[in-house]
Ligand binder design. Structure first.
Ligand code: FES
Length: 109
């Protein structure tokens, strides 16, 4: 078994079988990685492998549509396209913080 640490979810730690899909582990264990399509299309499941990048499988062509070479080097992956073969720690941009800031309300006297 391997360990997955969901950093953005208060460091929640779960175990999973080797060669598990990262998004599936997150769904099963309520890890909290955001997602929509689960098929590599929407880009919502972008996350950062903070530790254990060497335990992830090869980058898929679909991921290259959402992430740059620079981001891959920093540890970014699409969770729904990533399989893990060892312990990883993953973080992501919480949905609320990722939303654009609302304009300030205009006060009228
Ligand atoms: S959930 Fe849509 S790309 Fe991963």
């Amino acid at each position: 078994m391997i360990q997955v640490t969901f950093i953005t979810n208060n460091g929640k730690v779960v175990t999973a079988a080797e060669n598990s899909n990262l998004l599936r582990v997150s769904l099963r264990e309520q890890g909290g990685i955001p997602f929509k399509c689960g098929g590599g299309i929407c880009g919502t499941c972008k996350c950062k492998i903070e530790q254990g990048l060497e335990n992830t499988d090869a980058i898929k062509p679909k991921e290259r549509k959402h992430l740059t070479e620079e981001q891959f080097k920093e540890g970014y992956r699409m969770a729904c396209q990533t399989f893990i073969n060892g312990d990883v720690s993953v973080s992501w941009q919480p949905r609320t913080a990722a939303a654009p800031a609302a304009p300030m309300p205009v006060e009228s006297n």
